[in-house]
Design a protein. Sequence first.
Length: 391
Amino acid sequence: MDKAVQSPVMNTYKRLPFALQSGSGSYVTAEDGTSYLDFTSGIAVCNLGHAPKEVSEAVKAQMDQFWHCSNLFPITLQEEAAAVLTEAPGMDEVFFCNSGAEANEAAWKLARKYQRDQGFAEKYHILSFHQSFHGRTGGAMAATGQEKIKHGFEPVMPGFSSIPFMDQEALKQIDETTAAVFLEVVQGEGGVHPAGKNWLQQLQNVCRDKGALLIIDEIQTGAGRTGTWFAYEQFGLEPDIVTAAKGIGSGFPVGAVLASAETAASFSPGTHGSTFGGNPLAMAAVKATKEAMTEPFLEDVQHRSAWFKHQLQETAAPYGWEVRGLGFLLGIDLKEPAAPLLEKLRSNQVLALPAGENVLRILPPLTATDMELQLFLQALTQAVQAWKEEV
Ligand SMILES: *Cc1c(COP(=O)(O)O)cnc(C)c1O
């Protein structure tokens, strides 16, 4: 070896200095025994908290019964999980895979195939928005509207480009060559930027006019995170394709592409696939997760998150910071790097995330109790005071 190797794991993440060993509800415990209030939710994955009982029991029971058989066989649990997911408005069929990026790959492939099948070979451009994040694989990276994600991997796949978000003029770039537009209703990684309802409606109208499909990336906003199962439901949108991953398996790795029947018809045997996609263990997790997020549960998320956002605004106001987001996908724009404040929170045994460089991203489990939300607010107030005293 010609260089000192610190770890046998590739160095793709800047990691925190402690490892977590267990988790229950809103709390995680580190190897040294310290407990933390976890408002990262494993980056919008553990939406029902850590080790949620319903999901844990469903996966354990499946584990004793049957793990894997490949998609050469019909998988009953896959049918059942797809049936609950297609309760989402306008969605009729599901393709299962294993991650968000993989779901987005399937989505742009489906969109191009659909346009070809309609006889529109010239419609192959996939448009997305500046600051968007759609994943790290070839196509998902090409769709991502952030140069730093693509840097060093050029040439990036052709046929993808991004246009300004929440910009009316930019919608003119959707034209007869556009196969589909990729959209996050609330941009997550890019800094917690929610889109406005009017602009979203305009975007949808332009897509319809030009014959471009609308793909909504609900990988971060889905699974109840914004107070409805999918965020698009709150904006009267009628997407052709929706991608999901992160929270839909409560921590079991799984991704999904949902589509209208008309769009989904362009995937036929041999056009797309995934060995592990729709594996019985993952399907048990998806079904139990979706069933746990009942209407009353989601309504309660809407109430608690609205209250919590208001409290955050009170905390942020004296400093002139903007609080953005929807449901329990929230960010405070600090206008300077969030890392020092995150460190102060950690020393108070509270975990949150950055988004972009300057945004403190707060992703409580949807199950966080009023007391846990209060605890976070207190810790935040203290951390902000300690931080401001230093600078
Ligand atoms: C996390 C994320 C992805 C990528 O998901 P992976 O499972 O990491 O591949 C794509 N889109 C959005 C909006 C995300 O938040």
